[in-house]
Design a protein around this ligand. Structure first.
Ligand code: URA
Length: 435
């Protein structure tokens, strides 16, 4: 088999077979196929597309290019969740303890943040003592005994995707649906769960800006799940404004814990309960959506979900007193308000711009080598649709460095739009694609 012939075939709209895709991905991973041929292929795929069979085969080839986690040592059904990323997305912090408090096993590998979206690992590390550096044996033992664990990615999962993504990034071939869906799903499938719930974000702060793109990505990923013989269900959820009210690291952990106490912002709580209900059904813990939703709501109100968070934090070396009293989590002492310049209604909050404001404060990374300041962040007091009077506080900025604080405030100011009338309300759950 020759890569040249596969390029000719795809250029002319042909369908690649499983053998051809395996040959291509194995050859590329091992360095036998050079970047210039692979970049010609990704561009050909941009123009000619890939059908669901090819997309599924590509995903499995990338999944099998490196380590795949064996979670068989964990009793019960392991359910994973993946979000395509957004601003203020602290979902895993609340969702994992919530669902594991009713018996869903969650073995989660998470990443650090880069650019305008934050990472679960960075957020968790704002809890004193907390470590995500577990051995694989320790990780499996912890999930088996207490029901959940979150660790940083150490295993060499889907190395073909890592190499291919870097190539796509510099050859203007990131934004092709089959390539995106296979990239995400190859890593998820390598992480070994029995079932996966996907949170496909849609809006100004998301990878997919509109419904058409978000729906297509959700469909493609669910179809890959079917191809791989896994249960996968996708929700399309709003990311046209930040999720909840807190954006940053320690400040998001505080909000995640408040939500575990049955408080917290309504949009965030609803998202967590929706994703969690589907996870409960996949795990066989509940028989239908409504009973799962009621069960999880009760766990928030009874304090059981909070207890599970404390257990999880302690198991990973963190101080559980910070879970029981989240106000102990240190937030920067300097606060600056952003105030409304006129009367009106918040008509939009440019979501990515809020993420950039948090980044400017030092709450995120521009390059992988940057360190983050866990204490800085943003608290939104007004969200889209809220009426405001001139002088009202729209949001507050928590900062440690005056220059960064000014820069963050400038960016946050640019994010808020005050109009005359309330825009049409967007629900947090915009749609779903059933598995
Ligand atoms: N995230 C990924 O992991 N892969 C893509 O291709 C796009 C977003």
């Amino acid at each position: 088999m020759r890569m040249y012939d596969l390029l000719e075939k795809k250029k002319n709209g042909g369908i690649l077979t499983k053998e051809e895709i395996d040959f291509m991905i194995q050859g590329y991973t091992h360095g036998d196929i050079p970047d210039y041929q692979m970049s010609a292929m990704t561009m050909a795929i941009c123009f000619q597309g890939m059908n669901p069979q090819e997309t599924g085969d590509l995903t499995l080839a990338m999944r099998d290019s490196g380590d795949t986690l064996d979670l068989s040592g964990i009793r019960g059904i392991k359910v994973d969740k993946h979000s395509t990323g957004g601003v203020g997305d602290k979902t895993s912090l609340t969702l994992a303890p919530l669902v594991s408090s009713v018996g869903v096993k969650v073995a989660k590998m998470s990443g650090r943040g880069l650019g305008h979206t934050g990472g679960t690992i960075d957020k968790l590390e704002s809890i004193p003592g907390f470590s995500t550096e577990l051995t694989m044996d320790g990780f499996i033992r912890q999930v088996d005994t207490i029901g959940m664990a979150i660790m940083g990615q150490t295993a060499d999962l889907a190395p073909a995707d890592k190499k291919l993504y870097a190539l796509r990034d510099v050859t203007a071939t990131v934004d092709q649906m089959a390539l995106i869906a296979s990239s995400i799903m190859s890593k998820k499938l390598a992480a070994g769960a029995d079932a996966i719930v996907l949170d496909v974000k849609c809006g100004s702060g998301a990878f997919m800006k509109d419904r058409k793109g978000a729906d297509a990505l959700a469909e493609a990923m669910v179809s890959i799940g079917r191809h791989a013989g896994k249960q996968v269900w996708a929700y399309i959820t709003d990311m046209d404004q930040p999720l909840g009210n807190a954006v940053g690291n320690a400040i998001e952990v505080r909000e995640a814990i408040e939500t575990l106490k049955g408080q917290g912002p309504e949009d965030f709580r609803k998202l967590v309960l929706t994703l969690g209900s589907r996870m409960c059904i996949f795990a066989g813990v509940a028989k239908d959506f409504d009973s799962a939703y009621a069960l999880l709501s009760e766990q928030l109100h009874s304090g059981k979900a909070l207890e599970q968070m404390a257990r999880f934090v302690e198991a990973q070396g963190g101080d559980p007193s910070y879970v029981l009293d989240e106000k102990k989590l240190k937030i920067a002492a300097n606060v600056m308000p952003l105030t409304a310049k006129k009367d009106g209604v918040v008509s939009a909050i440019a979501c990515a711009e809020v993420g950039m404001a948090s980044l400017a404060l030092g709450g995120g990374r521009e390059t992988k080598a940057d360190t983050i300041d866990p204490e800085v962040g943003i608290l939104l007091h007004k969200k889209v649709g809220d009426a405001v009077r001139k002088g009202d506080v729209l949001a507050e900025i928590y900062y440690n460095d005056d220059r960064k604080g000014e820069e963050g405030l400038k960016r946050l100011e640019a994010a808020y739009r005050i109009g005359e009338a309330a825009p049409e309300k967007r629900p947090i759950i915009l749609g779903e694609v059933k598995g």
